[in-house]
Design a protein around this ligand. Structure first.
Ligand code: PMP
Length: 404
């Protein structure tokens, strides 16, 4: 194992304690960094109190820690202001929030454009919105190269299109979306752009203002932080124009017997007690990520991805799903071996201490477009090493032998 990967791996308690484990399922959940765990423990042990309610010093310390985490998330995304960060329970909650709050500003006949490559959490909320309001839901298809086919955008993006909501990076194929082309086309008709960043954030800080998008959603557990917390970013003026999604404590300006009025964002969208310690832990993880040498990490991840793809292509009959070249993709690699079920493959691999995911990956429309019902996925993270890719290729050779 290289010195860099070994020193990174040792910063993750679970991996440090299991040197023989090849964890290749970081696209589902990345391992949590020690600093995130320490920050949560410190918070719970010294500052545990509810936020934005108490006037005693302990509660003020909790407020401060929670708001500092918000400011860190804003820096991680290059947001305009900390108030543009809404803490949620995860990417799914963030996407449902937009489908309800922004969705409530849409009317029958308005169009929302998603893609066939979406995770179900950026698919089903829009189908439900269509049922509630009569919006039209259109789909960007998949191109032969495994990328979104943006050639038809001029027809798909008509004047009724209010929102383009697509994944920043596919959780199945690793394909990165061509955000610049999408944003330019959306702007021509005045449509807003949402990116589901669930898979992109693990590979470095993002620049929402540079990309000129309008909404960005992600989960803490996919970027080395805790589960149960996530982020929705949007522009201040857009958040201010949206009604709340969930209602209850903490999100009102006033409530009378007859009527309630709303607090300003972000509190308007944080009804109830938020995941306070989790937000603090996420802040620690994001702060750590912002200090990493990303150019070097991307080069290593790209090299490992290339190595994996080259090795997979030597397995007779194996079909690689999505872009073939590692340059067009994040290091998420899915494949199909006709006649072998991904669950069986994963079970055999588990015997070799290889943790991979097999199934439909909550992206059934994408799998249907790719012509498979299920596939096996290996995802590479910054703690992955060459030896683990070799172990996977050896494990697959063995799996093919015993399963055929
Ligand atoms: N979008 C994408 C692209 C994902 O990969 C995932 C998680 N697999 C989600 C959304 C949903 O994330 P969560 O389950 O953390 O809410």
């Amino acid at each position: 194992m290289s010195a860099t990967a070994a020193s990174l791996r040792n910063q993750f308690p679970l991996l440090a304690a299991a040197p023989d484990l090849h964890y290749l399922d970081s696209a589902a959940t990345a391992q949590i960094h020690r600093l995130a765990l320490d920050a949560m423990l410190h918070h719970e042990a010294t500052r545990r109190a509810n936020v934005l309610r108490g006037t005693y010093r302990l509660a003020e310390a909790a407020d401060l820690a929670y708001e500092q985490a918000r400011a860190i998330a804003a820096r991680f995304l290059n947001a305009g202001a900390a108030d543009e960060i809404v803490f949620t329970s995860g990417a799914t909650a963030s996407l449902n929030l937009v489908a309800h709050a922004f969705g409530n500003t849409l009317k029958a006949g308005d169009r929302v454009l998603i893609s066939v490559a979406e995770h179900h959490s950026n698919f089903v909320p829009w189908q439900m919105l269509r049922e509630r309001t009569g919006i039209e839901l259109a789909l960007i298809p998949l191109g032969a190269d495994g990328q979104l086919d943006l050639a038809g955008l001029p027809e798909l993006l008509d004047r009724n299109c209010r929102l383009v909501a697509v994944t920043h990076c596919s959780n199945v194929t690793g394909a990165m979306t061509d955000v610049a082309t999408l944003v330019a086309a959306a702007r021509r008709v005045g449509a807003r752009v949402l990116l589901d960043g669930a898979q992109a954030v693990q590979h470095g800080p993002q620049d929402v203002r540079g990309m000129d998008v309008d909404f960005y959603a992600f989960s803490g557990h996919k970027c080395f932080g805790p589960g149960g917390v996530g982020v929705l970013w949007s522009r201040g003026e857009l958040l201010a124009a949206m009604p709340p999604f969930l209602t209850g404590g903490g999100m009102i300006a006033s409530v009378t017997n007859e009527v309630a009025t709303w607090a300003e964002p972000p509190q308007r969208f944080e009804a109830g007690t938020p995941p306070i310690a989790q937000a603090v832990g996420l802040g620690a993880a994001l702060e750590w990520m912002m200090g990493l040498p990303w150019a070097r990490i991307h080069a290593t991840e790209g090299h490992l991805c290339e190595m994996l793809i080259t090795g997979l292509q030597c397995i007779p009959g194996l079909r690689l799903l999505g872009p073939q070249a590692s340059a067009q993709r994040a290091p998420i690699v899915s494949f199909d071996i006709p006649g072998l079920h991904p669950h069986d493959i994963c079970q055999v691999l588990d015997g070799h201490r290889l943790a991979l995911r097999g199934g439909h990956h909550c992206a059934q429309p994408l799998l249907a477009a790719l012509g498979v019902e299920a596939c096996t996925r290996a995802s590479i993270a910054l703690y992955t090493d060459e030896a683990e890719i070799e172990a996977l290729l050896d494990g697959l050779d063995y799996a093919v032998k015993v399963l055929t």
